[in-house]
Design a protein. Structure first.
Length: 238
């Protein structure tokens, strides 16, 4: 039996134009894929680079090649003066996480500079509710600890978790999502982009958001290294 997916040919899903191989001739960069007829999901996504000088097509299947709304951004992340290729794919999961990749293509040789799967495996966290309306967040990668104050949350929420003396009724652990937003930002205005990564902190359940871990990553010649980390919290009504 031939399925609709098998019958469909890949289409161009995203497009960008710029010099990515360093010869100063603009190249055409595409993401192709097979949209599903019954949903917005796209399968078999592939990075395609057309050399602007020769017209030759280079094809690289993406590791996570199924998702939603893929986007392309061209910018210099390494400081070599040549655009790199930044790809973001929406996973469609409940946490709104993304699959993110950055490729260098100097001299038509692909090099993977950033892989969100590797990032997520390296940046591990622990989220633990404590007595007296506190939540401790530990970032193991850089050995940093944060405390979130829950005392301004509504009383109904607090009563579910704490007794009248501010003691936990039972142990509670939360978690930190994988990347749910990765943005290229030139913080210093020198034409070289850093990465700004957002990871949601969840409490008892995913909709119980406690804030975001925000990591700034900068290329150090070998990899994207942690430049700065902050924890952003939600405010409460006056």
């Amino acid at each position: 039996m031939v399925t609709n997916t098998q019958m469909q040919s890949p289409r161009i899903i995203a497009f960008a134009r710029g010099d990515v191989n360093g010869d100063r001739i603009p190249d055409n960069i595409y993401i192709t894929g097979v949209p599903q007829s019954d949903a917005a999901i796209i399968r078999q996504m592939t990075l395609v680079i057309q050399d602007g000088a020769t017209g030759y097509l280079y094809r690289m299947p993406l590791k996570e090649n199924m998702g939603y709304d893929p986007s392309l951004f061209l910018g210099d992340f390494t400081g070599d003066g040549v655009d790199d290729i930044f790809i973001t794919i929406q996973s469609g999961g409940s946490g709104a996480t993304t699959f993110d990749y950055i490729y260098s293509f100097i001299s038509n040789m692909p090099r993977l500079l950033f892989d969100s799967d590797l990032y997520n495996s390296q940046y591990q966290y622990e989220v633990t509710y404590q007595d007296q309306y506190k939540v401790e967040v530990i970032s193991y990668f850089n050995k940093i600890k944060y405390l979130i104050d829950l005392s301004l949350r509504d009383q109904e929420y607090l009563n579910e978790i704490y007794d009248a003396n501010g003691k936990l009724k039972m142990p509670i652990s939360g978690w930190v999502d994988p990347i749910s937003g990765l943005f290229p930002i030139d913080f210093t205005g020198n034409g070289v982009y850093e990465l700004y990564a957002f990871q949601k902190i969840a409490g008892r359940y995913h909709a119980d958001g406690l804030g975001y871990i925000q990591n700034t990553l900068k290329w150090n010649g070998q990899q994207f290294a942690l430049e700065d980390q902050t924890l952003a919290i939600y405010g409460s009504p006056l």
